[in-house]
Design a protein around this ligand. Structure first.
Ligand code: SF4
Length: 144
């Protein structure tokens, strides 16, 4: 949500293809919007309201997605953006989960539920994101 100054588009070279620079490392990279996310990328209504966000970020239902998943720079692939906000049953945010399925939370109940989930969900499972989401919902959390 706050990487708009760090992932910079320098030039558009095709309708969905851009020459970019990762400002923190000074690394240039070419990014093409993923085929299955072009309809998301084409809708600018959300990004126009969030000027601090990385230009490639877009909402997709309840989730916020990177639309250049395949071509995102190395540091993004390592850290990944937050893909889930976890709320308590009272609607208070108690943690976030990144695209690497790492949990950031100080909430003991969420951490316990997450640890339980990792007993049954492998991060190599192609359905891991959906399964983790369902697991946390079954434990009384809300996911955004
Ligand atoms: S993961 Fe994607 S949306 Fe997030 S900062 Fe990197 S390029 Fe931008």
């Amino acid at each position: 949500m706050y990487l708009g100054d760090y992932i910079v588009i320098e030039r558009q070279i095709a309708p969905f293809r851009f020459e970019c620079r990762s400002v923190s490392t000074g690394t240039p990279f070419t990014a093409e919007v993923d085929d299955d996310k072009r309809h998301l990328f084409s809708d600018r209504s959300w990004i126009d309201r969030h000027p601090t966000a990385c230009w490639f970020l877009r909402p997709d239902g309840d989730l916020i997605r990177c639309t250049i998943h395949r071509d995102s720079p190395a540091q993004c692939k390592f850290y990944r953006c937050v893909m889930m906000r976890v709320l308590s049953s009272t609607g208070e945010q108690v943690g976030t989960i990144t695209e690497t399925l790492a949990l950031h939370s100080e909430d003991p109940a969420l951490r316990a539920a997450y640890d339980d989930a990792l007993w049954v969900i492998r991060d190599t499972d192609p359905e891991a994101e959906e399964r983790l989401q369902e697991f946390l919902i079954s434990r009384g959390f809300e996911i955004q």
